[in-house]
Design a protein around this ligand. Structure first.
Ligand code: PBG
Length: 354
């Protein structure tokens, strides 16, 4: 158990002389003292409402071609792209720490990217190879894979682009195929992050038809068109290629009711879990979805959130140990069942050491 300091100023009654406004406080007013429950470490532990556990963590990691590669992502200090052999080692370590699931994202070689994102449908692509390798070596860990075309398209969009427009229904057909390929490679949880209309239904139907009835779907339900994804796009190599923005499919950050409608659709279409993304700037959405639907609900603490915290840690402006746990616990408090976070390994170590 970590030692917790108890400072003398933390003892109740520290400033009991006189009440606000100089009036004599009534006994009744003083009889209600919320600070009693905060006075000692044991009392705080007793009344604590939300605790982060290793069971709440999903670790996103990036894979790249090659062997023995751990390539730093410049805009995400401490995050690397792993070749598959290294990814397997990293995932084994994560599993050993009690992390239940990992989310695999590929860095696709520029030469393999094209207009239609065809590499997404190659059953021998990097992410599929990574799924197989992880399943073979660390079968006890859940694998989440992203369904969207952006790591594979030359224009960096999540769907097919024609005359400046993203084609919905044509994209959805490809996404359903992509999901099947990933599920066959060993992905346990298909996570459509593309925000096309009707994609959850199409993926669910494709999975059922293929007899993959146990594959779970974690829908990126409320995924906002956010500037906080910047460092991720560096990590998967799509920031240089992205033309324009994703506002015709990702949600407007001014909207809340729209998240409710998206959740209704995803749940009706067969999602097993829903997700809100980004995380900390969207805790209100998380709370509202959890309250409204009572579904397994996840938050994605995205790359930009990770990087801005790290930038402040590097400058000594924020305390790393404390801020990581506080930020992650805020997701639990807002109603998340779990969090996708680049801090997963670090947080799991902290939790296990406590
Ligand atoms: C791809 C995808 C993105 C993220 C997860 N899946 C980027 C985007 O939509 O542009 C962002 C994750 C992060 O920022 O950590 N569709």
């Amino acid at each position: 158990m970590a030692k917790r300091e108890e400072s003398p100023i933390g003892i109740a009654g520290g400033s009991s002389s006189g009440s606000p406004g100089g009036q004599r406080g009534s006994a009744t007013r003083r009889a209600v003292r919320p600070r009693r429950n905060r006075r000692s470490d044991w009392a705080r532990r007793l009344v604590c409402e939300n605790v982060l556990s290793t069971n709440d963590l999903i670790w996103p990691l990036f894979v790249v071609a090659g062997k023995g590669v751990r390539e730093p992502v410049a805009s995400m200090p401490g995050v690397v792209r792993y070749s598959i052999d290294e990814a397997v080692k990293a995932v084994s370590e994560a599993a050993g720490l009690g992390i239940p699931a990992v989310a695999l994202f590929p860095y696709t070689e520029p030469a393999l990217r094209d207009e239609r994102g065809s590499e997404a449908l190659n059953s021998g692509n990097l992410v599929c190879q990574a799924c197989r390798a992880v399943k073979d070596t660390v079968p006890e860990v859940g694998i989440v894979t992203d369904v969207a075309l952006d790591p594979y398209t030359s224009h960096g969009h999540d769907g097919l682009l024609e005359d400046g427009r993203i084609l919905n229904d044509e994209t959805v057909e490809i996404l359903a195929e992509q999901a099947l390929i990933q599920a066959r490679a060993g992905s346990d949880i298909i996570a459509p992050s593309d925000m096309m209309d009707g994609r959850v239904a199409a993926i669910r139907e494709a999975l059922e038809d293929a007899g993959l009835t146990d594959t779970q779907i974690m829908a990126y339900t409320a995924k906002y068109a956010s500037a906080f994804y910047g460092p991720f796009r560096d990590a998967v190599g799509s920031s240089g290629t992205l033309t324009g923005d994703k506002r015709t499919y990702q949600m407007d950050y001014g909207n809340t009711d729209e998240a409710i409608r998206e959740a209704e659709l995803d749940i009706a279409e067969g999602a097993d879990m829903i997700m809100v993304k980004p995380g900390m700037p969207y805790l209100d959405i998380l709370g509202r979805l959890k309250e409204s639907f009572g579904m397994p609900t996840f938050a994605y603490q995205v790359s930009g959130e990770y990087s801005m915290l790290c930038a402040a840690f590097e400058r000594g402006w924020l305390d790393r140990d404390k801020c990581v746990m506080e930020a992650l616990t805020s997701f639990k408090r807002a109603g998340a069942d779990g969090v996708l976070t680049y801090f997963a390994v670090e947080a799991a170590k902290k939790i296990n050491d406590a």
